[in-house]
Design a protein around this ligand. Structure first.
Ligand code: AMP
Ligand code: MG
Length: 314
């Protein structure tokens, strides 16, 4: 849906307007010290679905959640000793921590891509911090560029890529760091999930121990590390016109089914419901059949996820 993209200034009026837009489920790009983020309310499934839609992302990879401080982060995630060490040393700053998510946080399943972990960061940029304080909740924010394009470090870059697709850009000038945050996984032994603005050596020095590394080709070399994608326990059958005996049907459009991604055939609504519905049907313990989903817009990301859920497992 085309929208007029407003340019908001970094002052109390701009923060109030940006926060009101976020509360209404709209998207606001905002500066951080790394790059501009494409912000949406992390507890609003539809807002998070709109992030993927605006970026034209062909995949539902998990998103980083931005919060205003350690106290807020700890409402959402478990907090092992290493998290305390790294947060004290580097927050606010260009370091993202992946930690086990707590139950009942209200964070959208689309933010975590259905994983039991959550990536959180406290940004240092004063404009980002003012926005987070004005909004008062967790903001999901991947880089504010169309999928496959260069990350934006000015409001003009954001406008060039996403004008007409997001409600507003909060203009905080140029970003200092210019590369994405360093991501460290703490769901198990500390692992470097993505190199970024904070040198890995600094993290290792603070921890007093080396980080496990991602191997070439993206495989995690250390054993027992993060599973990067949620997969249902049950088998998944795609392009199902109807439910076979013993199956549960995840529907789309006007079909008789156990749970419907979107009865009206709305792909944004379907994306918003995807992980919650998959988890709910998985809990029945029955094989899951899925209605055909059109291969356009967010349908491509939904089908990508479903195809991987349906693929044979080792
Ligand atoms: P971006 O939002 O594009 O800067 O990148 C976010 C990246 O953070 C993802 O592509 C993942 O590699 C990583 N990430 C975010 N959340 C998680 C999570 N729950 N578990 C593991 N990695 C995550
Ligand atoms: Mg990016």
């Amino acid at each position: 849906m085309p929208v007029e993209t407003a340019l908001l200034s970094a002052d109390p009026d701009g923060y109030a307007r940006a926060a009101a837009l976020l509360r209404g489920g709209a998207l606001v790009a905002f500066p951080t010290e790394t790059v501009y983020g494409l912000g949406g309310d992390a507890t609003d499934d539809m807002a998070v679905a709109r992030i993927f839609e605006a970026k034209g992302r062909p995949r539902f990879n998990p998103l980083i959640v931005h919060v205003d401080g350690v106290e807020t982060a700890r409402e959402f995630v478990e907090w092992p000793h290493e998290a305390e060490v790294l947060a004290s040393a580097f927050w606010p700053g260009p370091l993202t921590l992946v930690l086990p998510i707590k139950a009942g946080t209200g964070i959208s399943g689309l933010v975590t891509a259905g994983l039991p972990s959550l990536a959180v960061r406290v940004p240092a940029n004063p404009v980002a911090r003012a926005l987070l304080r004005a909004f008062g909740g967790p903001v999901a924010g991947p880089s504010a560029n169309p999928s496959g394009r260069i990350s934006p470090t000015t409001a003009a870059h954001v406008k060039a890529g996403l004008s007409g697709k997001i409600a507003a850009v909060l203009d905080g000038g140029a970003c200092d760091v210019g590369v994405e945050s360093t991501i460290v996984g703490l769901t198990d032994a500390p692992v470097l999930l993505r190199p970024g603005g904070l040198p890995a050596e600094a993290v290792e020095q603070a921890l007093g121990a080396p980080l496990a590394r991602h191997g070439a080709g993206g495989a995690v070399t250390a054993p027992g590390q993060l599973a990067s994608h949620y997969a249902p326990g049950a088998t998944v059958r795609l392009e199902a016109e109807r439910r076979e005996p013993g199956e549960v049907l995840l529907g789309f459009g006007q079909v008789e089914c156990d749970l419907n991604l979107s009865a009206s055939g709305d792909l944004t609504e379907a994306a918003a419901n995807l992980f919650a519905h998959l988890h709910a049907l998985d809990e029945t313990g029955k094989p899951i059949a899925v209605s055909p989903i059109p291969e356009r817009g967010l349908g491509r990301a939904i089908n990508d996820r479903l195809r991987r859920a349906a693929a044979p497992r080792d």
